[in-house]
Design a protein around this ligand. Structure first.
Ligand SMILES: NC(=O)c1ccc[n+]([C@@H]2O[C@H](COP(=O)([O-])OP(=O)(O)OC[C@H]3O[C@@H](n4cnc5c(N)ncnc54)[C@H](OP(=O)(O)O)[C@@H]3O)[C@@H](O)[C@H]2O)c1
Length: 276
């Protein structure tokens, strides 16, 4: 792969109004990338854009959109075409968790999560992939999770949505190498964002949380390698956990241990997700 240069890049970051999305925006801008920031909360996006514009002098475009709605990717593409913006990078970061046993949670909220974490991510990727490939030095980062490596009682659909993202992204990594497109599945463990305000604090199961800047630094470091990996799990403890749950321990043991942790946090028993 050619060395990664972000000075002439234009990267769209979804879910850029809080958490990891804001951190991606800052770190990409610090490396010289122009940005397109997408989320539903316009006021938050405007605040992030103004901080980044003054700190790094890059061009920041904000687009307010609910990505869980059908046709969101096509609408974004139309909007960017009208503005004369061609993407060279995409960070599919928007996502949320909704916890509780499946028979006790709200079906519509569960399906909304699948529409955002899976449908929108695939649609955005497919819509912008030709541009990313054509750029010759593009990047595509998809937010999976440490949860992608194991069964997640209490977060069954969230975990499955992230397993989808991981598998999908690893396949695209291979499909994209010949085009010089760097594709990365980012699999963080718990991080200090608004994620658990939405998913329910108990979903963290008492695990330590990483700083968002460390998570994003791990992603950009992996993308900068001469031979970028398909997958990164930030943090040594999380990397060890992913290896253990995927390759060493029997699935039955992993599922029952996670189930016990979720029962202790009372995630299994009632729905915990908050709507924003
Ligand atoms: N934090 C963790 O512990 C953790 C661990 C593993 C993976 N992840 C993944 O990391 C990604 C980022 O999460 P985070 O931790 O940064 O959480 P966060 O602070 O809650 O940020 C989520 C972002 O997604 C946006 N979003 C939510 N629903 C949306 C919709 N329908 N349309 C457009 N944007 C939407 C939110 O913006 P608006 O509300 O303004 O729309 C927000 O900017 C997610 O995919 C999450 O699954 C997080």
């Amino acid at each position: 792969m050619r060395p990664l240069h972000l000075e002439n890049a234009t990267v769209m970051v979804t879910g850029a109004s809080s958490g990891l999305g804001v951190e991606f925006a800052h770190q990409l801008a610090a490396r010289g990338a122009d940005l397109v920031l997408v989320a539903r909360r316009a006021d938050r996006l405007a605040e992030v854009a103004s901080q980044i514009g003054s700190a790094h002098g890059v061009t920041v475009t904000t687009l307010t959109m609910d990505l869980a709605r059908e046709g969101a990717a096509a609408a974004l593409r139309r909007d960017l075409t009208q503005r004369g913006i061609t993407l060279t990078g995409l960070v599919n970061n928007a996502g949320f968790g909704y916890s509780g046993a499946l028979h006790q949670v709200d079906d519509e909220r569960t399906l909304e999560m699948v529409r955002l974490n899976v449908d929108a991510l695939v649609d955005l990727t497919a819509t912008f992939l030709p541009d990313l490939r054509a750029s010759g030095n593009g990047i595509l980062v998809n937010l999976a999770s440490l949860a992608a490596f194991q069964p997640n009682p209490g977060l069954a659909v969230y975990g499955a949505s992230k397993a989808f993202v991981l598998n999908f992204t690893q396949a695209l990594w291979e499909e994209s190498r010949s085009a010089g497109l760097r594709v990365l599945a980012l699999c963080p463990g718990p991080a200090k964002t608004e994620f658990f305000e939405v998913a329910g604090e108990a979903a963290a199961a008492g695990l330590p949380r990483m700083e968002p800047d460390e998570v994003v630094e791990a992603a950009l470091k992996a993308l900068s390698r001469r031979h970028p990996p398909s997958t990164v799990v930030p943090g040594m403890a999380n990397t060890a956990m992913a290896q253990l749950t995927r390759r060493v321990l029997p699935t039955r043991l992993v599922a029952s241990t996670v189930g016990r942790m979720m029962r202790r946090g009372e995630v299994l028993g009632e729905a915990h997700g908050q709507e924003r």
